[in-house]
Every structure is written in C-alpha cells, then in structure tokens.
Design a binder for this molecule. Sequence first.
Ligand SMILES: [Fe+2]
Ligand SMILES: [Fe+2]
Length: 314
Amino acid sequence: MYHDFTYEAVLASSLRAQWKLDDVLRADQELDFSRYMMPESLSGTAALAGLSEDERRILNQIVAYQYLHLFGMVEEFILPFVLDHARPMLNEDDFRVRALLNFASEEAKHIHLFKRFCEAFARGFPVVCRVVGPRETLSAVILNRHPLAVGLIILMIEWMTQEHYLGSIRDNQDLDPLFKSLMRNHWMEEAQHAKLDTLIVEALAEGRSPKQLKHVFQEFVVIVSFIDKCLGAQAALNVQTLQRASGRRVDDAPGMIAQLHSAARWTYLGSGMGHPRFKAAAEAISPLLATAIEKLSVQVAVPVVPQLAAAPAG
Ligand SMILES: [Fe+2]
Ligand SMILES: [Fe+2]
C-alpha cells in the first residue's frame, strides 16, 4: 500500500484544520487591486510583450478571476459526486459517512467562499470579466462521464491545489494578502480531500477489468479535452476583458490567447496530472492506466516559459 489514509484519521485531521468563511474573507472586505493576485507560474502574464505595467497587472487579475470562476465550477461538480458516493452506504462505517459528509460540507463552503471572492472582485474591478459557462452546464458535462473517470479528475484537481499553494504561492510576498489567504486556506482543507478522494477512487476501481479501465481512460481523456476546450475559450474571453479594461486593442491577440491558454493548461491540467501522489494513485489502480495518463500529461504539462513575445513593445 502506497498510503496509510483512513476515514477515521482524515476526519480527525479535517476537523482540526477547519476554518470559517469570515476567517478568510468577510462579506464587506475589499481586495487590493494595486497588487498581483496570481503567481507568475500560474498566470503566465510576465512574458507577454506590448503591455504596460498596469495592463500586465490587470491581466494577472483577470486570470485570478478565471481561477475563482473555474474552481467555483469544479467545486460544484465535486459536491454532488461526493454525496452520490456517500449515499449508498450510510448505514455502514460511521467514520466513512462522517468523513464524506464533512468533505461535501467543506466543498459547499468553498463554493460560498469562491463566490464571495468573485463578488469582492466585481466590486473593485473596472469591467465585468466574461467567463465560460454556464457553470451548471459545464459541471453536468463532466458528471455525466464514467464515475471512476470523474473520480480521477477530482483527485487530480485536489492534488493540483497542493502544488499551486506549496509550489508558487506560500513563499510569494507580492500577492494580494487576501487572495494569498484564499489559496492557503483552500490548500489546508484540500489536503484532506485528496486523501478521501484517493479512498473513493480506490473503491470505484476495485475489480475493474483491463477492458473497463481502458474505457475509463477514454472517458478521462474526454473530460480532459473538454476542460482544455473551456480553457481555450476562457483565454480568448480574458483578452477581450483586458481590452475593455485597458480601453485599447492589444497588438497580438492570437499570440496572447495562445500564451494564456498554455499557462492555463499547466495550471488546471498539467500541475495535477503530473503530481507524484496522483501518479501513485493511478499506478495503484493499474500500471497501464498510469502509463496512459503519463503520456497524456506530457501533452499538457508544459510549465509557463517566457518565450511568446510576438507583439512589438509600445
Ligand atoms: Fe475545494
Ligand atoms: Fe476539495
């Protein structure tokens, strides 16, 4: 066994780590729009040529809003997934029932928190940020796929939040403190969710034949492709929002969209799919499944590199 997670231990850790919404952001608190909100490794905005310092910061904030929106959407399909998994066995292991209901409750709290940040963002940002959606429709597309494929996607997402905070945010002193606090608090509770998701995925994978696992991987690819398509569409909307916020057209919109899409691929797919704990979970289900996911991750796991500077400065 590559881990020692149990429902009882995770529940105990979760209850110790819990925080309240107002501990992170009160409903009347304002974000600091003079600051960056996302680290460069997740936003990919530093290498873009032809932007003023103000425009670069504005674009960084638009990408931060994207994070709020997309994670809000993600939480919305995790919540019913966890409840569906808990419901058939409510009379069995008490720790399991309590751990899963607590997991669902925390995700409901995260949905509320991301909405509160979206509202604070909207109060302080000069224009409306357009986003892909509606969220319910996007969530439904994912939830309709094979449960084990959905479970693997969720596990990937839980581990990616660990990578985002520890790898790029914890030691970053340049970010808006409230946004940084959001990421820290989310990371704390997600660390326990990742363990519970590991147990969920193991239960869903038990007894699956190689043929069934091949189908699960195909379903996983369908979801990844769908997410990637959303990320591309969101990148285009982000550039439109930048143009409205700055009051001018950017010099190389297609180049900027491509760079933002590439950064988002790393943030929302590559950083999770390449996480060692996610890879270990896939390996424990089936080495063939792990290899297939590894190959897929190579296609999306391209960290942001400062190379795309197609537009002339000025
Ligand atoms: Fe969450
Ligand atoms: Fe979570």
